[in-house]
Design a protein around this ligand. Structure first.
Ligand SMILES: [Zn+2]
Length: 245
């Protein structure tokens, strides 16, 4: 590992690989971040004591309660939402944007992007979702999170052409697995607290399954990280890029 950036928020995933779930190898995401510096992000660029919480796969009927928790703690987060879901819950999309959260594109219906052509990815997944947000909000996102962290280099180039940043994560809370295994919210909280680092990007979900444990965990760990001196920021603010176009 290069020591050049030691101590700063390296473009490196901190949580370990999860065997048995056919996930994209962490090294592949780190390779992509290294291949597209300033365009593909795993964490922020420096070492400020800031953290960006991100929630994927919504909006859903569970998102409203999460928005209330974020409001209660007076913080802003970033939502990587599916076009298909946003069409169903436009009022939640409007409410989240009005509350100051950042909305990102997470594809239309969550494919493995590298398994479809760049043309299909761009024309059937990326662009229709930009359009959904444009019509609901009057602007389109600048941030894209690849479903499963799966993205070809050609698709990354297509995103670049569309003035997008690709956003991965440095801390995977595995909240979806905790929900699946009927785990405790404390497992999610523990992962965030154990791996918290300056300019972390934290992966969680507000869709795709039952998310009460995620919401409860966020409610618990946000004040603890605040006590440690962390400031919660949106991904665009963390990176110093525009949040809308
Ligand atoms: Zn997802």
């Amino acid at each position: 590992m290069a020591v050049l950036n030691a101590g700063a928020a390296e473009q490196k995933i901190r949580t370990p690989y999860l065997d048995g779930w056919d996930q994209v190898p962490l090294k592949e995401m780190e390779r992509q971040a290294a291949a597209f510096p300033g365009q593909y992000w795993i964490a922020g660029p420096g070492e400020r004591k800031q953290i960006a919480l991100t929630f994927d796969d919504g909006p859903t009927e569970q998102t409203s309660e999460l928005l209330q928790v974020l409001e209660k703690h007076n913080i802003h987060a970033t939502f990587f939402w599916l076009g298909k879901q946003a069409e169903q819950f436009p009022e939640i999309v409007k409410a989240a944007a009005a509350a100051g959260h950042t909305i990102g594109n997470h594809s239309y219906d969550h494919p493995y992007s590298s398994k479809i052509s760049t043309e299909v990815f761009t024309q059937q997944q990326f662009a229709p979702t930009q359009k959904v947000f444009q019509s609901i909000l009057g602007f389109a996102p600048t941030l894209f999170r690849p479903p499963y962290g799966d993205l070809s280099d050609a698709e990354m180039l297509s995103l670049q052409k569309n003035k997008m940043h690709a956003i991965s994560w440095s801390i995977d809370t595995r909240d979806w697995l905790v929900a699946w295994k009927k785990g405790q919210p404390s497992e999610i909280e523990k992962t965030v607290l154990d791996y918290a680092h300056p300019e972390a990007i934290v992966l969680m979900h507000d869709g795709g399954g039952p998310r009460q444990r995620t919401i409860n965990a966020a409610d618990a760990f946000i004040p603890k990280l605040k006590q440690q001196g962390y400031e919660f920021v949106t991904v665009d603010k963390l990176l110093g890029v525009a949040g809308k176009q």
